[in-house]
Design a protein around this ligand. Sequence first.
Ligand code: ATP
Length: 357
Amino acid sequence: MVEVRLARVRKSFNSVLAVDDVSFTVAEGEFLALVGPSGCGKTTILRLIAGFERPDAGDILFSGRSVLALPAERRRVGMVFQNYALFPHMTVAGNVGYGLRFRPGSDRRARVAELLRLVDLAGLEDRSPAELSAGQRQRAALARTLAPEPQLLLLDEPLSALDAKLRERLRLEIRRLQRQLRITTIYVTHDQEEALAISDRVAVMNSGRIEQLGTPQEVYARPATAFVASFIGRGNLLSGEISEIESGKLVVRLLPQGPAVAVAAEATADCLPGEQVKFLIRPERIKLGAGLANRLRGRLKGVEFLGDAIWAYLDCAGNELRVKLAPGDLAVAEGEEVEVSFSPSDCYLLRHAARSP
Ligand code: ATP
């Protein structure tokens, strides 16, 4: 097992700053997801760690030792990509055994059999990749990557070519396998739900930088920036102006012309009346009716049916509010008024995010 540390890593391609002063540590046996929108630098970070690119500045260390002088093939890193990259002319067993071709035949066969059992492909060793389903091909690719016993596993959008059901099943399998092998893993995805579901910790990237690194629960409940709040989960990010400051609580008048709501705040000492702030309220924390302290009236603009829930979209004095409700709970028609309420303690203040560009 290896610990991976990036220390102030920077990488540009001509005028594009792909990775901008990035530092983080992945502990031995940890599963880190790197998540962010297209072009934010995720793949470049994996390629730097694998040794396919060299940083312009900073260092990359495996268990405390810089690997910058080591070529890719000596870093003992296994990488899985979106498009399986299996050799089409070889059988499944041939593909999985490829990285073991210098080992004695009996050793190799035993290891291939073990890996195929591990990824649930036992019995398919003589098939060609063309005779496998997409999910089976990706499992074979995973087995091939794991065969030479890499100390670090890097996965770059490994499931994005698969349909939604299969993605969910395979992500569970990848997680199970990673736990069983206790291999340090970095998993790149643009799918925030996948990142939350699969990892020990999530690094949320934007424009070459890491905006927040924390457990899935932390980045969901306590986003560090407005970008994280809007990228992770479904959130209502509301803007307002502080009109009153009380201990542990702010009264915020919603912009553009909304009513005042109370927002819980741990530290109010450096808040100023008139200051603009943003706060996050999750759709599942908003209830129908006037039962909670913050009450808003809104016009129902639309409804989306999700099966076990619905999204209701309200216009509340110029703010769009997304509310998650149980099907059948909403008795009003589109265009009609509805009252909703939420608790001040479910509002998460993002003060400094409001000032950043
Ligand atoms: P995606 O999710 O779309 O794969 P990403 O987050 O993995 O995106 P990267 O592939 O790391 O993003 O790219 C980061 C930035 O660097 C992008 O603007 C990209 O166009 C640029 N870039 C990446 N590789 C190169 C390259 N070899 N030459 C020039 N620009 C590059």
